[in-house]
Ligand binder design. Structure first.
Ligand code: ZN
Ligand code: ZN
Length: 78
């Protein structure tokens, strides 16, 4: 009879996530990325062109910074 664990949080539906660009800093914070395609959950940084898709962990951005890192890290993938 104890309703411990109020697991059912009646929260609001997911509002805008704030997604920040890992490469750009603005006012001592990482730059907020703009939702680009809400249906697919794309976000884009207008400053460096970085793209991200928070719901898809396998998404790989192909901006200069990411691909630059990727070539360093994935020299020998396979
Ligand atoms: Zn950026
Ligand atoms: Zn990127």
């Amino acid at each position: 009879m104890t309703d411990v664990g109020q697991l059912q949080r009646k929260g609001r539906p997911a509002e805008h996530k704030v997604v920040r660009c890992p490469y750009c800093v603005e006012k001592r914070e990482f730059k907020v990325m703009e939702p680009r395609d809400k249906a697919n959950g794309w976000y884009m940084c207008h400053k460096c062109g970085h793209l991200t898709m928070p719901d898809n962990i396998e998404f790989r951005c192909s901006c200069a910074k990411c691909s630059g890192l990727a070539t360093q890290t994935h020299l020998r993938s396979r």
